[in-house]
Write a protein that binds this ligand. Structure first.
Ligand code: SF4
Length: 313
């Protein structure tokens, strides 16, 4: 069976005259199986949201291929992509900016179905069903986004994302702007819906607790690259890469209320001037001479993970 999503050596660079290119994403590869959730974590600027935008085809890749359910969508023109968009939906951090304030909730939730050519009666029934499933009253359909709290607006965004029965949902910091108790409710809702519909999810977050709760596997990104990827339990219990270890040590009790500290191990280097050798060496407590000259490859470990480090734990 094809993976739902296949990301192969995907890269994205941003050029500015007179400056080194900013390498936001560099050679990222992973596969996402049907019903699987992959968490992607890392500090601000690690490339996780750029990666999400490329998967959603909101941003072109500079290199590599992206396949959705076996179909190569990398260079697909928008007209040919439109029918496939039904199969890939997104939930973003700020529901207020992703929901059109001048549209009623009914039309917001129905919009992806309309774009997919679903008839009006089916859309209407589906809007009612989805509002009920995400825990909103039926009369929510007649109101506008500003009439709801942040958590309720995120429920509207989830109803909209799931209304067209997608195969893949990309959640980009979907719970990060919410109060702690509301975050937990929205995470629980996403978990329930994933099980109910057999959804595959890319769950992008700087919040380790949320990723540990929701994901089957986790990819740790640093300066545009995956430095460790594997099963959530194995990686959180026994991180092999010094960067993963530092992230987890900084948040000893994974808790949705605790984001990655800003000042972890000093400043993150400029993505236009990535260090030679292992990009993590200036911040790595275990760096040795080899690390300053030789860039480590991502290699398989012994428990289903891959690690980019010359001296893993
Ligand atoms: Fe640290 Fe060296 Fe491993 Fe890089 S290769 S993470 S510098 S030990």
């Amino acid at each position: 069976m094809n993976p739902i999503l296949e990301v192969e050596k995907v890269g994205r660079r941003f050029e500015s005259p007179g400056l080194n290119p900013l390498i936001a994403v560099d050679g990222v590869s992973f596969k996402l199986a049907s019903g699987e959730t992959l968490g992607i974590v890392g500090e601000s600027g690690c490339g996780k949201s750029t990666l999400a935008r490329m998967v959603l085809k909101l941003l072109a890749v500079s290199a590599g291929r992206i396949r959705l359910d076996g179909a190569d969508i990398t260079d697909l023109p928008e007209a040919q992509m439109r029918p496939l968009r039904r199969g890939i939906q997104a939930v973003f951090q700020d529901p207020m900016s992703s929901l059109n304030p001048r549209m009623r909730v009914r039309d917001i939730v129905a919009e992806p179905m309309r774009a997919a050519g679903i008839d009006a009666a089916t859309r209407e029934a589906r809007v009612r069903e989805m509002l009920s499933i995400v825990g909103l009253p039926a009369d929510a359909a007649e109101r506008y986004p500003h009439a709801f709290s942040g958590g309720q607006r995120q429920r509207i965004a989830i109803a909209r994302a799931l209304a067209s029965s997608p195969k893949l949902v990309v959640c980009d910091e979907a719970t990060s702007a919410l109060d702690v108790s509301v975050q937990a409710q929205v995470l629980n809702l996403l978990g329930e819906l994933r099980t109910r519909y057999g959804l595959s999810m890319l769950f992008i977050s700087h919040n380790l607790g949320a990723v540990r709760y929701i994901a089957d596997r986790v990819a740790i990104m640093y300066l545009g690259r995956i430095v460790e990827i594997g099963p959530v339990g194995a990686i959180f219990d026994k991180p092999a890469h010094p960067y993963t270890e530092a992230l987890i040590a900084a948040v000893p009790e994974p808790d949705p209320d605790l984001p990655i500290p800003e000042a972890l191990l000093g400043e993150i280097p400029n993505a236009r001037e990535r260090p030679i050798g292992c990009h993590f060496h200036p911040r790595c407590p275990k760096a040795q001479d080899r690390c300053r000259v030789e860039d480590p490859a991502l290699v398989a470990g012994n428990d289903g993970r891959q690690i980019r480090c010359h001296f893993p734990n």
